[in-house]
Design a protein around this ligand. Structure first.
Ligand code: TYD
Length: 204
């Protein structure tokens, strides 16, 4: 089972994942947590280039392609072998981040971006995508307070609003479930557990 968590900046995905992993392991699942961009040695190197605040001249197409380069490696080296072993792979972001950020945020041609994703992933898509929704002001404020501020966080508020609008459109898909990430942390965690168990239960 391949589960991805998506959301705009400061939606809290990263802080929830370790607790979800612990919960699922206690239930007897073999769980592999990972993140994008990164998840492999090559991917982590690409991540540094993407996140580096000094790379202000980066073109949107370059950015789009770098994310796909990291992803191609990630799919082959990490995701496919683990899914083949029957593990539950939980990824902090995946291809839908490219649709939201590069497609909607940078306003790149969506059909071309979908084509690049298809090439990078070989068509591998998640079984379940959980969207953590939070408004941009709250999210960016949380992010600035909590952790490192990267090159993408520094894009304009208008950019981040397009990202969220893109997510809200995608979240209408049947494969997506939405969790309101403006609730208190415990409620969000509880909601996430419920959604994941609902997806896993019939298949166990
Ligand atoms: P990160 O610090 O992991 O942010 P977050 O905790 O919000 O996930 O940095 C990842 C950044 O990369 C984040 O701003 C979203 C962005 N991103 C894209 O723009 N496209 C992509 O395909 C992916 C995977 C991430």
């Amino acid at each position: 089972m391949f589960i991805t968590l998506e959301g705009p900046e400061g939606s809290g995905k990263t802080s929830h994942i370790p607790y979800l992993v612990e919960f699922l392991r206690e239930k007897g699942y073999t769980v592999f947590p990972t993140r994008e961009p990164g998840g492999t040695s090559i991917g982590e190197q690409v991540r540094e280039v993407l996140n580096d605040l000094k790379n202000t001249e980066m073109n949107a197409r370059t950015e789009t392609l770098l994310f796909q380069a990291a992803r191609a490696q990630f799919v082959e080296q990490v995701i496919k072998p683990r899914l083949a072993d029957g593990e539950v792979v939980i990824s902090d972001r995946y291809a839908d981040s490219t649709i939201a950020y590069q497609g909607y945020g940078h306003q790149q041609d969506l059909s071309q971006v979908y084509g690049l994703i298809e090439y990078a992933t070989g068509g591998l898509s998640p079984d379940l995508t959980i969207y953590l929704d939070v408004d941009i002001e709250t999210g960016l404020k949380r992010k600035k307070k909590a952790e490192e501020w990267n090159r993408l966080d520094a894009y304009t508020v208008e950019f981040h609003k397009r990202v969220r609008a893109g997510y809200l459109k995608m979240a209408k898909s049947e494969k997506w479930v939405t969790v309101d990430a403006s609730q208190c942390w415990d409620d969000v965690q509880e909601n996430l557990r419920e959604k994941i168990m609902a997806a896993l239960a019939p298949k166990k």
